[in-house]
Design a protein around this ligand. Structure first.
Ligand code: 1CP
Length: 334
């Protein structure tokens, strides 16, 4: 049973024999095996090819990770709602027709069903069949704020997002609400189909001012963690200065950045589980010895309990395979 797996027991805060490990963006461009599978198709075509995306999801298994994150994208939800995207090299996902007006927003369907993201449901079923209980399956969604930045075409450009939000106040809030409805449905359907753990990525919300975070990010985190039931949930916000808000969002697991102190967070919030927080820049530019040392220090700070080992953000495209191997080897004490 995947529910009895190490990662899930640790996610529930139980005492475990070893700290479990996985890495955000573990299925990605740093891995030569992934690049072989990924070659030749556009990103969204690739995502809809269930066999190929199942192989991509399973790529990190050979390194000994304790969980498999399914290969799709945070923009897969707006795609399911009726907003197509293209992945532009060096830029990221770009909407074919960015949301600009109420009519654009009205054209999006918030009451999505499994058939609207059939390929992700099929992917879950296929990966589950192939794993046969050996490892748990992680699913994810972007939080409404981060996904909305892609829907309006601003992405990481916070000034452009702010300008849009202040020029289109009602439309911006309606977009966040609509994305929230669809996200809830997506996660609940996927958990009903047997996913074991879910993570919310609000990647760009850590750069918001407090008042913005309190309007655009935090209320939606609370709603998601209150309404999505059936598996433990992780909240990730890249290098978030608002750690107290995260810890009060209702998420059972909080993903920490490199600016956070893991041992101090564990002490301050004794009922929560923490994920992280090995420096991903070191992962990219350090030696395997340095990665092993940083990983050992992180395991020590985590104390072997209420801790899931991960990075501060994610695996990046030029990360050496030997560094990932050193990370996993140290985690497993081998
Ligand atoms: O051609 C490619 O393969 C492009 C790279 C890529 C990958 C590997 C994209 C486009 N999406 C994905 C899959 C993906 N995206 C996963 C599953 C794989 C895994 O984690 O192992 C996940 C969890 C995501 C989540 C995602 N997409 C986030 C949140 C996590 C984070 O990195 O902060 C965000 C912000 C995106 C948007 C996105 N999609 C793709 C790219 C290149 C980007 C980032 C663009 C940018 O930096 O502005």
């Amino acid at each position: 049973m995947a529910n009895d797996h190490l990662l899930i027991r640790a996610a529930r805060g139980e005492k475990v024999e070893r700290t479990p490990v996985w890495a955000m963006r573990q299925a990605g461009r740093w891995d030569p095996e992934f690049l072989k599978i990924r070659a030749g198709k556009s990103f969204y075509e690739f995502s809809e090819d269930v066999d190929a995306s199942a192989r991509a999801s399973l790529c990190p298994k050979r390194f000994g990770v304790d969980g498999i994150i399914l290969f799709y994208d945070i923009t897969s939800i707006p795609v399911a709602m009726g907003l197509p995207f293209d992945l532009k090299p060096q830029v990221g996902p770009v909407p074919r027709k960015p949301i600009r007006t109420q009519a654009d927003l009205d054209a999006l369907e918030s009451k999505i069903e499994g058939e609207d993201f059939w390929h992700i449901l099929q992917l879950l079923k296929k990966v589950k069949r192939e794993l046969d209980g050996e490892l748990p399956i992680l699913i994810f969604a972007g939080a409404p704020f981060t996904v909305a930045t892609y829907c309006i075409g601003t992405g990481k450009n916070l000034e452009a997002t702010r300008a849009f939000a202040s020029a289109n106040r009602d439309l911006w809030i309606s977009l966040l609400r609509k994305l929230h409805t669809a996200t809830n449905r997506f996660l609940n359907i996927m958990l009903d189909e047997g996913a074991d753990l879910y993570q919310i990525f609000d990647s760009w919300a850590g750069d918001l001012r407090y008042e913005e975070y309190a309007m655009w990010a935090d209320p939606f985190h609370r709603l998601i963690f209150a309404n999505v039931q059936g598996a433990p949930g992780v909240l990730f916000v890249k290098e978030n200065p608002y750690l107290d808000e995260m810890c009060r969002s209702g998420a059972q697991i909080i993903s920490l950045g490199k600016s956070h102190d893991l041992a101090a967070a564990k002490e301050k919030f004794p009922t929560l589980v923490f994920q992280g927080n090995v420096d991903d820049d070191l992962m990219q530019t350090g030696t395997p010895e340095q990665v092993a040392e940083a990983t050992a220090a992180c395991l020590k700070a985590g104390g072997g309990h209420r801790h899931i080992l991960n990075l501060s953000h994610g695996m990046d495209k030029d990360t050496p395979v030997a560094n990932f191997e050193a990370f996993i080897r140290t985690a497993k004490g081998s």
